[in-house]
Write a protein that binds this ligand. Structure first.
Ligand SMILES: Nc1ncnc2c1ncn2[C@@H]1O[C@H](COP(=O)(O)OP(=O)(O)OP(=O)(O)O)[C@@H](O)[C@H]1O
Ligand SMILES: [Mg+2]
Length: 448
């Protein structure tokens, strides 16, 4: 016999409570609690058969066989393609281009694809396909939200890849809760995961994200799926970045860069050229640095604007860079480089709408702020690399050789690097490698 009771679950983080709460004590989200019905069923214990326990053979058989999407940027983020029997979750802001990405991947992929849409009608999908110029004999559509019908459709379509757009719209009729609630998302995902593993197919789930940028639904969702990808970008820029957050079958540091155009997403194979392409020659506050995104080095332009503040609290705005890190670097510049920044407004921007969380660009941030404050432009054929410590010292960074090679490839004549990195001589031919020990030294060399 089964009896049911009610609990309240936060739709943002999955926190459970016995009564309704206005604010989630776990994640701080307001108005996120929804009522869910818990069914408690008495179960008889199952037993493991002897044949269930298997010896590790180390032989992966066909498991390593991947379905290539034939979109290089996508395949690289996946670790070489989609693995049979795996579930991939793609999250991203509304309108960022998730449906576009999966549709373009489905067109080129080496397999039969079933695109299940719970958000748009077949006609709307066809309108998009026409705009993107997607034509494929291997792409089938199903407009449905009922999980049982979807599962049946998956089996009948004999698809290798199933796209669910989006997991929040799926309704599992076995549960009394509304679609989009935590239990619905969790249970539907678990069912699709089982299907993926038993039928050896790939399931790609599209997920909405909350205001904070997390995939809506319980955090547990990210644990059960094999791969979690984030599709991100700034609203006003056309660049989109596909980032692996978790990958059971590949590196989680990889990124793919795309440009959103009217006719869909275009791969950006040489990101450096784009991120530094619109740079004005020798303007104060602009400094070029080299970051490692995934396994690739990317050159980018750090821009700072420092103006006097006439009011009590100076403004500090950072776009594409961690705000707290900026505050620390400002304090270091004030104390160690004797720059008067406490009464100045500081605006920092990573050109091109890219977000960087690598300490290796600290030194470039410091030099660009010093450049704008003192109105001395940075020399245009310099690239600046280094982490900055609280003592104003320049600390070593990882994968220096790759960064130097990228700067050399794009025709830069000089590169400032942390002195401690130069215990081994870097492999270079034309670029002049200049060691720096402190921010003051770097500022002196780079600024005119
Ligand atoms: N005619 C057009 N010309 C140029 N860009 C367009 C055009 N139509 C759509 N786009 C771009 O495509 C984006 C929407 O793409 P898509 O529907 O794939 O996003 P999504 O992430 O699936 O959105 P949702 O969260 O609503 O499902 C728009 O934000 C816009 O940038
Ligand atoms: Mg969509």
């Amino acid at each position: 016999m089964s009896k049911s009771k009610v609990k309240y679950v936060c739709s943002s983080c999955g926190h459970e409570s016995l009564r309704w709460l206005g604010k989630c004590p776990s994640c701080g989200e307001w108005n996120s609690f929804s009522e869910e019905i818990v069914e408690t069923k008495k179960k008889t214990a199952r037993q493991a058969a002897e044949s269930d326990i298997k010896k590790l053979s180390g032989d992966s058989g066909d498991e390593e066989k991947r379905i290539k999407t034939n979109i290089e940027e996508f395949d690289r983020v996946l670790g070489g393609g989609l693995i049979y029997g795996s579930v991939v979750l793609i999250g991203g802001d509304p309108g960022i281009g998730k449906s576009t990405l999966v549709m373009q991947a489905a067109e080129k992929a080496d397999g039969r694809t079933l695109y299940v849409t719970g958000e748009e009608s077949i006609r709307q999908i066809n309108i998009r396909a026409k705009r993107l110029g997607v034509k494929s004999e291997n792409l089938f559509l199903l407009a449905e939200t009922d999980l049982d019908v979807i599962k049946d459709g998956i089996l009948k379509s004999e698809a290798d890849i199933v796209i669910i757009d989006s997991i929040q719209t799926i309704n599992n009729p076995a549960l009394d809760n509304a679609p989009g609630t935590v239990s619905q998302i969790r249970e539907s995902t678990a069912e699709l995961l089982r299907l993926a593993k038993t039928k050896e197919i790939v399931v790609i789930l599209i997920g909405h994200v909350t205001k904070e940028g997390y995939i809506a639904g319980p955090k547990i969702l990210e644990h059960i799926v094999d791969t979690v990808l984030q599709f991100e970008g700034e609203k006003n820029y056309s660049y989109r970045i596909l980032r692996a957050q978790k990958n059971r079958f590949g590196s989680a540091n990889e990124i793919g860069i795309f440009e959103m155009r009217e006719d869909g997403l275009r791969q950006v194979k040489n990101p450096s050229e784009i991120f530094i392409g619109e740079r004005e020659e020798e303007i104060s506050g602009s400094v070029i640095t080299a970051s490692i995104e995934g396994t690739r080095p990317v050159l980018l332009e750090v821009q700072a604007l420092v103006t006097p503040s006439h009011f009590g609290n100076p403004q500090r705005v950072a776009t594409g860079f961690d705000y707290r890190r900026l505050s620390i670097l400002l304090a270091v510049l004030e104390k160690r480089a004797k720059l008067r920044l406490s009464t100045a407004n500081v605006f920092l921007n990573m050109a091109g709408g890219i977000k960087i969380d690598e300490p290796a660009i600290d030194l470039a941030v410091c030099v660009s702020i010093a450049s704008s404050l003192t109105n001395r432009a940075a020399r245009s054929d310099y690239v600046v690399i280094g982490e900055v410590g609280l003592g104003g010292e320049v600390r070593s960074v990882g994968r220096l050789d790759k960064r130097i090679q990228e700067a050399e490839k794009l025709g830069f004549g000089n590169i400032i690097v942390p002195k401690n990195n130069l215990k081994q001589k870097p492999k270079t031919s034309t670029i002049n490698v200049i060691p720096a020990e402190s921010i003051l030294q770097a500022i002196d060399i780079v600024l005119r």
